[in-house]
Design a protein around this ligand. Sequence first.
Ligand SMILES: [Zn+2]
Length: 109
Amino acid sequence: MATALTGGCFCGAVTDRIDAPLKHARSCHCSRCRKAFNSAGSAYAEVEPGALSWTQAEPAIHRVGGGSWGIAFCGSCGSTLAGMLGQQAHGVTLGVDASPQPTTVVAVP
Ligand SMILES: [Zn+2]
């Protein structure tokens, strides 16, 4: 098994652990991603269902349009952490969530 990835939000209130390799690194520039990431777009990678677990406080989750899809973010500092389908993360924010150490490089196919 590969080494688990750990990460968390800007203030450290919400942390996570990912026990599977990330895949399909992507960037999206839709209006939702620009707002959620307060940037020109998002940078994220897919994660296997059930591979991410929150290891401290649970994130706040904003559900889009009342559906099962949503964004997990820190309710304290606002960092965007993951895209959610139901109660499981399906994508994690790169740079913020999956690689908290400046010297950590995560290769994502
Ligand atoms: Zn935070």
